[in-house]
Design a protein around this ligand. Structure first.
Ligand SMILES: [Zn+2]
Length: 412
């Protein structure tokens, strides 16, 4: 059997197996009683509900993953990529145009196939546990906006990549690297003012106790905050959250209205302090640097493999093309990307502990951070005791129990 095909099939099946195994283990790993640290916030009924929710989410994820993996393998083995290529080629577009059409058709098909899962997830699963507040109208407009935006932004990036690989010879990967980095940084810069408002309403936080407390904290830690916004997260879900957008002098924090409703001003300051911690400890810059290096390596490897006849033979292709090579390389890269994601989750969990410690030191009140975390996990029905394999594979944040214990330790 073709070595490329072997690697791709084994890694697709392997990552599916790991995922399903991890979900099954986590579903079994739950303790019958809430850990004692949570006794005050998870009553028996909430705890029971959180377990049912975890099991339902895990089952759903396994089913979706099984379907997607089976679909991908079927398309590969049945020669789907060559079939589509033959159709696209019959129109005799330029290579660049053929590439755009090829990607558009694949993108469109994959969104059609994922739609039933998204509908089920939003309107049945999340609804059953009282999280969903998305109306059908919001759901539909979200999908349309998402598709148009991906088409536009993805189209621009793809045009550049195809153009460079077509025209700039052995240094194409360098050009693509430059393009991708500039593009991503540009997007991060304009996202707060151009892209995020397409999906949510951002309102400046009104004057009052909360605003004053947040500004005081930012001032105390010498952190430039150009804006504090409330975002209407309640438009889609009752789950609470907060995040930073923009960088440099344009940093702003967005607090979900659902978070403000549930947490006290002191707890929200702790949440801000945690985010400030990420910035002060250099996590954001380091992550950015790693991302830039990773992108370069991916494009370099891509340039080595994307035209290899063996790779095209693996997919039963009659013609070699740059656009199909891009897709095949991404599939070939599956095992590497799995390993990298485990490593990056590990680093990210370490960063979370550091940011928590920063919040605890600068506010001088670890117990407030603890109560903020506990409230968040109760209202989001988080799984308090995930299996280590699940943490290892998927958790960019440490299990909440570990975070609370680390904070309590720092208090002593
Ligand atoms: Zn964090």
């Amino acid at each position: 059997m073709n070595i490329y095909l072997t690697v791709i099939l084994v890694s697709l099946a392997g990552s599916w197996l790991l995922g399903v195994l991890s979900n099954a283990l986590s579903a079994k790993h739950m303790a019958p009683q809430p850990p004692r640290e949570f006794a005050d916030i998870f009553d028996a009924q909430t705890y029971e509900k959180s377990q049912t929710y975890t099991r339902a989410t895990m089952r759903f994820a396994s089913i979706a993953d099984t379907f997607n993996t089976a679909l991908a393998i079927a398309v590969i083995l049945c020669g789907g990529f060559n079939w589509l290529d033959t159709i696209v080629r019959s129109y005799a577009f330029s290579p660049l145009m053929s590439g755009l059409v090829y990607f558009a058709v694949i993108g469109l098909f994959s969104s059609i196939f994922s739609l039933p899962f998204e509908i089920y997830h939003t309107f049945i699963l999340e609804n059953r546990f009282g999280f969903n507040t998305t109306t059908v109208r919001t759901f539909i407009t979200d999908r349309i906006k998402g598709l148009l935006l991906t088409g536009l932004l993805g189209g621009i990036l793809l045009t550049g990549v195809l153009f460079f690989f077509e025209k700039t010879g052995p240094y194409a990967w360098l050009w693509c690297w430059g393009l991708a980095v500039t593009f991503t940084l540009g997007l991060t810069y304009v996202a707060p003012s151009w892209i995020l408002p397409l999906f949510n309403k951002f309102t400046p936080l009104e004057e009052g106790e909360l605003r004053q407390a947040l500004e005081e904290y930012a001032h105390k830690t010498d952190f430039t905050l150009t804006g504090i916004f409330v975002i209407d997260g309640s438009k889609r879900s009752t789950k609470g959250n907060a995040f930073f957008t923009g960088f440099g002098k344009r940093k702003r924090i967005a607090l979900f209205d659902t978070l403000i409703k549930e947490q006290t001003p002191e707890e929200i300051v702790a949440v801000l302090a945690h985010e400030v911690g990420h910035s002060k400890r250099g996590h954001i810059k380091r992550r950015l640097a790693v991302g830039v290096i990773r992108t370069g390596v991916v494009f370099y490897l891509m340039s080595l493999f994307m035209q290899s006849p063996g790779l095209f033979a693996a997919f039963g292709m009659e013609h070699i093309s740059i656009y199909a090579g891009l897709i095949f390389f991404v599939l070939l890269y599956t095992p590497v990307s799995l390993v990298l994601s485990v490593v990056s989750n590990y680093v990210s969990r370490k960063h979370e502990f550091e940011a928590d410690a920063y919040a605890s030191q600068t506010t001088g009140r670890p117990e407030t951070m603890i109560s903020a975390l506990k409230k968040l996990s109760a209202s989001n029905l988080s799984n308090l005791t995930p299996h280590p394999l699940t943490v290892w594979l998927d958790y960019g944040h440490p299990p909440v129990l570990e975070r609370i214990n680390a904070l309590a330790q720092s208090d002593k």
